[in-house]
Design a protein around this ligand. Structure first.
Ligand code: 0RA
Length: 638
């Protein structure tokens, strides 16, 4: 194979600038990729994939292949036009090298289309390069195949031609630098989730995903685009109409795509993207969509005589009950705001989305009167339930005050009044509750025992929930309120710890509690206040030596450490109630000795997936899911 250096001047002063740029990235990686943990690591993959997606948006690419290699590297290959290799007029070096070492690929070679850029996104592939032990890029273009290798961001040799090529495209393979990133182990699920999302958002693109570490292979291709996305989100729900309402239109330079469908549930599952970036904090595009829904459904209902008086009307929350929607806009110059840069700020987009959705939705309702009627009826019921809930809440509050301080009788509160120091253990059953009360440190640990099953909030409206004694006790103890009236500043405990048995019932109660928190007190999970206590599964004893094991593997390890089974007694705990208060305190409650898992749920897609599994009938996938995903395992207080 021919190997020749591409004609370019030798290294000079400009390469020194490049090295300085790289060392800035390596010195402060967090500034570029947010963090150096697993999230930052996956950000590198996203960055490289997004560059190929930009090529899809430009209409120049149809296939992307992502591969995780056994050597710890990741490669991304596309069939786009290939990154230009021609000598860059300003830098006097091959453009490819400039893209890989200094520039954002899109910035100076404006492809004049929508780009995945802004905020933490679109920092440029040179950042990935700088944070990689090595990176190799292959470009097929002009009938040639070009190759260059970099180590820690710096080219180790000039761009060379590796032979001829009868296709075009770019392949980037990189190995994250373990001296900078805290973890370099790619998580297949995290990457698959993003690739699946991208294949919905860019209808027609085919994304191949191989994990050569275990031989798995998946393809993501959704010709139906975001319509299929909505169908996917609703797969476990009873939908009110099929197929989802879909619109795709342009207002000025903004490309607007919406798919929406209602189900017979009470929650909303809406996701919004700007240039393929998940805007978890919403923004002007979301405001526009919501305004259009409220306006159009109210107009429709009023026009058909659904309201008695002029004052009657549907609120935004009413019309979003049971809504599943995906909104995807493409904006030429997106302004991302907020701490995580996950909110769209462009003010013009609100009106653009609003007018597009108004028009399309009104037309849909005219053409589908039966569906229109059922949507309005559902929203009217939601409105009535909301009113009932408001009254019930009022009652709960007044009753709470009468009963003294508004605290439930079952709560064994802690002495300190400082929420930052206080912990609330929510315990399953009165018996384990009693043990926990004895084992706790009264100064800062409170215990609330819950009896029996608590209500499934997925299947109940707020007014029904407030009739439930267990839920009322929880609301009073936690202190922030529920539903639309929430005030995180009145949170009474900064750690809310679920302590349930390691059996099916325990998992069920934990699921219901997590659902309640996620759906009705989202601030708690959002601010990282919810934890799961890890109680041991086994107690091992040999003579005076006692060990606890939290998994089967750990049990086996301990047995080995004891020097075999001889003289070892193993007790399997079936529930918290089998421990005495000292044991419970020592293994599960006392800071310094215990392990807590912090509960986080990143995005709506994941949450949706999570609750479908959590609410499903199968217990085993649920248990595995809780262990593997739902709960990002953060070991604290070990
Ligand atoms: C700048 C200009 C052109 C293409 C690209 C960048 C490009 C970048 C990446 C990154 C990953 N894959 C890519 N594919 C293309 C257009 C060049 C032309 O007009 O031929």
């Amino acid at each position: 194979m021919a190997q020749q250096a591409v004609d370019a001047p030798a290294y000079d002063a400009s390469s020194i600038q490049v090295l300085e740029g790289l060392s800035a990235v390596r010195r402060r990686p967090g500034m570029y990729i947010g963090s150096t943990d697993a999230r930052g690591l996956h950000h590198l993959v996203t960055e490289v994939v997004d560059n190929s997606i930009d090529e899809v948006l430009a209409g120049a690419c149809t296939e992307i292949a992502v591969t995780l290699h056994p050597d710890g590297s990741c490669s991304v290959r596309d069939n786009g036009r290939g990154i230009p290799v021609e000598v860059h007029p300003k830098y006097n070096r091959p453009t490819l090298e400039i893209v890989m070492t200094v520039l954002h690929a899109g910035s100076k070679f404006d492809r004049n289309t929508y780009k995945v850029s802004g905020g933490l996104h679109g920092v440029g592939v040179h950042v990935v390069n700088a944070l990689s032990e090595w990176l190799e890029v292959r470009v097929c273009r002009n009938g040639q195949e070009y190759f260059q290798r970099y180590e820690r961001g710096a080219p180790v040799a000039p761009l060379r031609i590796d032979g001829t090529a009868d296709r075009t495209g770019t392949e980037t393979r990189f190995k994250p630098d373990a001296t900078i990133l805290e973890t370099t182990a790619f998580d297949r699920e995290t990457i698959a989730r993003r690739l699946k999302e991208l294949s919905f958002l860019n209808a027609g693109v085919t994304i191949h995903f191989r994990d050569e570490r275990n031989g798995s292979y998946e393809t993501f291709h959704h010709a139906g685009g975001i319509t299929e996305f909505v169908e996917d989100l609703n797969q476990a729900s009873n939908v009110l109409f099929k197929p989802p309402i879909y619109l795709h239109t342009k207002r000025d330079s903004t490309d607007i795509e919406v798919a929406l469908q209602y189900n017979d549930g009470y929650n909303e599952s809406s996701i919004a993207f700007v240039n393929n970036i998940n805007t978890v904090d919403g923004g002007t595009h979301v405001v526009g969509l919501r305004a259009a829904l409220t306006r159009t459904l109210n107009d429709y209902a009023r026009g058909r005589g659904f309201f008695k008086g002029d004052k009657e009307g549907l609120s935004g929350e009413d019309v979003r009950e049971g809504l599943t929607s995906v909104l995807s806009v493409k904006v030429l110059e997106p302004q991302f705001e907020g701490q995580t840069k996950a909110r769209l700020g462009n003010s013009e987009v609100k009106g653009q989305v609003e007018s597009a959705v108004n028009e399309k939705l009104a037309e849909y309702l005219e053409e589908h009167p039966t569906t229109g009627q059922s949507l309005v009826l559902k929203a009217v019921q939601a409105s009535q339930a909301r009113e009932a809930a408001r009254k019930a809440r009022e009652l709960t509050r007044r009753k709470g005050l009468l009963e003294g301080g508004g605290l439930p009788g079952k709560l064994a509160d802690c002495h300190t009044r400082d929420p930052a120091e206080s912990e609330l253990f929510i315990v399953e059953g009165d018996s384990a509750g009693g043990t926990a009360k004895q084992g706790r440190d009264r100064e800062f640990q409170a215990v609330l025992p819950l009896r029996g099953k608590i209500l499934n909030v997925e299947k109940a409206r707020l007014d029904k929930m407030l009739e439930n004694e267990q839920i009322r006790a929880l609301i009073m103890a936690i202190g922030i309120g529920i539903g639309d009236e929430q005030d995180m500043s009145s949170l009474r405990y900064h750690k809310i710890i679920l302590m349930t048995d390691a059996d099916v019932d325990g998992a069920h109660i934990r699921t219901l509690l997590l659902t309640l928190f996620y759906r009705k007190m989202p601030g708690l999970i959002g601010e990282g206040r919810v934890y799961i206590a890890q109680a041991p599964l086994y107690r091992l004893q040999k003579g005076a030596r006692v060990r606890y094991a939290y998994s089967d593997e750990e049990r086996d390890r301990e047995v080995t450490e004891f020097g075999g089974m001889k003289g070892v007694t193993i007790q399997r705990y079936k529930g918290l109630g089998e421990m005495n208060s000292d044991q419970l305190a020592e293994t599960t409650m006392r800071p310094g000795a215990r392990t807590l898992l912090k509960v986080t749920v990143d995005d709506a897609v994941r949450a949706n997936e999570l609750f479908q599994i959590l609410m499903g009938e199968e217990v085993e996938p649920r248990r595995l899911y809780i262990q593997d995903h739902a709960v990002e395992v953060t070991n604290l207080d070990i």
